[in-house]
Design a protein around this ligand. Structure first.
Ligand code: NAG
Length: 840
């Protein structure tokens, strides 16, 4: 059986091997050499593969019913030797939590992603070789690592009466004696999940996991407080704060009671939850026969899930504690705001603060400036609709605004104050935590900043990052030594490997695809559970997109990277669905690039909601911007679109610059757009520009070698005639300055209302040359100090509306962006700063 075990244990490696060598002669030769005595290999092969084929479809075949006293399970056999409950709904054994790292866990056997219900060693994974779980003669269930260290133990000895370890249909793992008394049970030590009839007690809180798909402990807890109330708390390394039930209300107002000190809670098979503080709720699918779990998720929300047996074992949420994720404390960390907009929530650093760790926004933001304690060296930035929960220096009400400001000014530790007009309330804060902002808030926050920092630079909304962006977060609980495998078993491993290969060749078609199919399903199923609550970056199925776009009927645009369709989704949201053409082939690279794009959020960039990747179908799903692209409004002389006024033009110039500056300077990685042009600038309802098609450089084949990193190589020309920088023609590595150049062209076009490429009268001349000549001429005029020429240059359709100062500014900036020597071009950051000087 050892070959069989190895097959399962290393199926991934085998699969890769097979892709490469499956039918090569090399493999056959090897096989015959290692099995020289076998007279009739085909027969042997058929029998064994039939046998294995059957057992692979009945995986419980070699699973075990109990661990007897004095025996054990070893980690090497994790794929086949695990406990299974009688009705086949739960399994318990070694569960892979990282590369060669395992936990002893109970999981839902029928869920697509083997959702974990309980873990013995959450924060101390054991090695994939040599670790075992044993029921000692004295009655203790003990988990040992490769070197024999005890990592976890049920903790008690029961002497002679102990009989076995059994997994019950309820999902409870128990040490029982010969007359089936429970001597120890996993139900007494929940991790992040409560099963039906399992009690949460005063001694056993639920503790969230640290990230999606991980088992290690996070910072959120569901616990009974000293006043007998069941609460949710963020209990982080620096700060702890309670967020559920609503801390603004009195206990009674939240429908709870402090009266009963038993401190117990559980839900029954119907999906009804009750706890002694009078918390009651029902699952939305209230009724029998459904497998449920109550889980404190990694994001701090408490959710009741139901298993969909028909639908591949995915989970759906049938109740959750908190509807708006911004009410969960700790999500955005210190010095940040959780912004709640109609469609989604995201984290954003406060003005004057920088994100500490872009991959983990809960670490919050750090100040960019040094603060002074002297009252006259600070001033306050108004942040409308914002509020911070907790950490008040003093509660001062009722009090006038000026007095409130005075209090914060005088106190060195005061970082901001929150003021509410009706009734007049003042909250000076010494820690800025649990910040949030939503349009229905009636408070305003005033942030203390050094006087040396002009407040005007923060006139726009702060740049922001999406709330849930850890799809790519890599679980890193694996200590160094888990990567190494013991040398002792190398030869066993080798023989096992070779004979297993022999067997699998026959099995490959039968089970291989079954496995792949199962694995492919996993991410979708996991994400389904979250679909209900968050509209964050996710994966869509092709079928879903075909339905939404009515079989790709509504074409709204065609670009270099693909065709864009309009789609309407189940929740009536309109989205743009882009079929990418000529995409890079590596599935992993594709997903990695997308996860980067998915984390980009800025109000001047088109928001990407998700992707689809099924075989050759590669699609991007993004916001649908109703007004369409800038070129229609700027160049169309027809009556279809209204003429863009000056105000809008300037607004577009500023917005596009901000969007590009975000891509170039503030993103997690440098992103060069490489195709800035009016067609890629979309306009939303109030003419705020949104840049589309960013981040595609590395996704598309023609992009050449990656375009992300600072000094990267883009070998082949991308971009559009009339907008491409001269260095594309040289062998210089491409950097963000190509976008600065294209932006310069767009600026000229905004001012002139005409395509630069149309300046070429007879079409015979090279656009670049004509542009160069015009630039030189413009420069001379500008330096001459005269003003009459501007009249001729600026879009004559504008007439009276024009703002001279802004027009001059835009032209000046355009000219510096169009410098032939890219080192002389400004950065997008400084372009934004320059433009803001002209804003009034
Ligand atoms: C507290 O609740 C428990 C469980 O519901 C119940 O058995 C007990 O009688 C209650 N105690 C009081 C004092 O109401």
């Amino acid at each position: 059986m050892s070959s069989f075990n190895d097959y399962f244990a290393h199926q991934k490696r085998f699969f890769l091997f097979f892709l490469t060598f499956s039918h090569s002669q090399f493999l056959r030769v090897k096989l015959h050499q290692t099995t020289p005595t076998m007279r009739n290999p085909p027969h042997y092969c058929t029998i064994v593969s039939l046998f294995l084929l059957i057992s692979s479809f009945f995986p419980s075949f070699s699973a075990i019913d109990y661990i007897a006293r004095g025996s054990s399970l070893s980690v090497e056999e994790h794929a086949t030797s695990f406990l299974v409950s009688e009705h086949d709904s739960f399994a318990c054994g070694f569960y892979e939590v990282g590369d060669n790292a395992f936990a002893f866990a109970i999981w839902f056997k029928n869920s697509a992603d083997r959702t974990v219900a309980w873990v013995a060693n959450r924060d101390r994974p054991v090695n994939g070789r040599g670790s075992r779980i044993s029921l000692h003669k004295d009655g203790a269930l003990v988990l040992t690592d490769f070197d024999g260290t005890v990592v976890w133990s049920s903790g008690t000895s029961f002497g002679g009466s102990v009989d076995q370890v059994k997994l019950f249909n309820t999902g409870n793992l128990a040490v029982v004696d010969s007359v089936s008394n429970l001597l120890w049970q996993s139900f007494d030590s929940p991790t992040n999940t409560l099963l039906a009839y399992q009690l949460i007690t005063k001694k056993t809180p639920l503790v969230s996991s640290s990230s999606r798909g991980s088992v290690s402990s996070g910072f959120y807890r569901l616990y009974f407080d000293n006043d007998n109330v069941l609460r949710l708390i963020y209990d982080g390394p620096e700060i702890s704060s309670i967020y559920w039930p609503n801390p603004f209300n009195k206990v009674w107002d939240n429908g709870r009671s402090t009266y009963n000190s038993s401190r117990l809670g559980s839900f029954n098979k119907m999906g009804h939850f009750y706890s002694t503080d009078k918390l009651k709720f029902n699952a939305s699918d209230y009724g029998q026969g459904i497998t449920r779990r109550l889980t404190l998720d990694y994001d701090g929300n408490l959710r009741l899930y139901s298993l969909n047996k028909e639908d591949n074992g995915s989970w759906s949420v049938s109740w959750q504690a908190i509807q708006n994720s911004c009410e969960i404390h700790g999500t955005c960390g210190r010095n940040a705001l959780c912004v709640h907009e109609a469609m989604f929530e995201y984290c954003s650093c406060l003005p004057g603060f920088d994100v500490i760790d872009p991959s983990d926004l809960s670490k919050g933001c750090r100040p960019k400036y040094n603060f002074s304690c002297k009252p006259n060296e600070n001033h306050f930035l108004e942040i409308p609709l914002a509020d911070f929960w907790g950490f008040d220096l003093a509660f001062n009400a009722p009090i006038s605004f000026t007095e409130c400001k005075e209090i914060c000014e005088q106190r060195c530790t005061c970082q901001a104050f929150v003021y509410r007009e009706e009734p007049a309330e003042c909250y000076p804060k010494n820690i800025l935590f649990n910040g949030r902002s939503s349009s229905n808030s009636n408070t305003t926050a005033y942030l203390k900043l050094p006087k040396s920092v002009p407040l005007s630079q923060f006139s726009a909304a702060p740049s922001a990052q999406p709330l849930i962006c850890d799809d790519t977060k890599v679980e890193q609980t694996t200590p160094e030594f888990y990567q190494k495998t013991g040398g002792k078993t190398k030869w066993e491993y080798f023989y096992g490997f070779v004979s297993a290969l022999f067997v699998i060749e026959a099995l490959f078609i039968a089970c291989g695809w079954w496995f792949i199919f199962r694995r492919e399903q996993m991410p979708t199923a996991t994400e389904e559970g979250y679909k209900m609550i968050s509209s964050q970056f996710r994966r869509y199925t092709y079928a879903e997109l075909r339905k939404a776009t009515r079989s790709f009927k509504d074409v709204v645009g065609r670009g270099g990277s693909g065709t864009v369709y309009k789609g309407v989704f189940d929740d009536d949201r309109e989205m743009a669905v882009k079929k990418l053409e000529d995409v890079i082939h590596g599935e992993e690279e594709f997903k990695a690039e997308l996860s980067l794009i998915g984390r980009i959020y800025h109000k001047n960039l088109v928001r990407i909601f998700g992707y689809c990747s099924e075989g050759s179908h590669k699609l991007l799903i993004s916001e649908y911007i109703k007004k369409g692209s800038l070129d229609k409004y700027l160049f169309d002389s027809g009556t279809s679109a209204t003429l863009l006024g000056w105000r809008e033009r300037f607004k577009i110039a500023v917005g596009v610059a901000k969007g590009l500056a975000y891509l170039h300077h503030e993103c997690l990685e440098w992103v060069i757009h490489c195709d800035v042009k009016p067609e890629n600038i979309l306009l939303d309802m109030d003419f705020e520009p949104r840049i589309a098609d960013f981040g595609l450089v590395k996704l598309l084949n023609r992009g050449g070698g990656g375009g992300g990193g600072g000094g990267s190589n883009l070998s082949r020309i991308r971009g559009t005639r009339g907008y491409i920088a001269p260095e594309w023609a040289s062998s210089l590595p491409i950097n963000g300055k190509v976008d600065v150049y294209s932006y310069g062209v767009v600026l000229l076009e905004l001012v002139k209302g005409e395509r630069v490429s149309n300046w070429v009268m007879d079409g015979a001349e090279e656009v670049g040359l004509v542009l160069r000549r015009s630039i030189v001429a413009l420069k001379e005029k500008m330096e001459s100090g005269e003003e009459g020429w501007i009249d001729e240059f600026v879009d004559h359709r504008l007439d009276t509306e024009l703002n001279w100062k802004q027009a001059m500014l835009m032209l000046q900036i355009a000219l510096s962006c169009l410098e032939e020597d890219r080192n002389k071009r400004p950065t997008m950051d400084s372009v934004v700063q320059m433009l803001l000087l002209g804003d009034d």
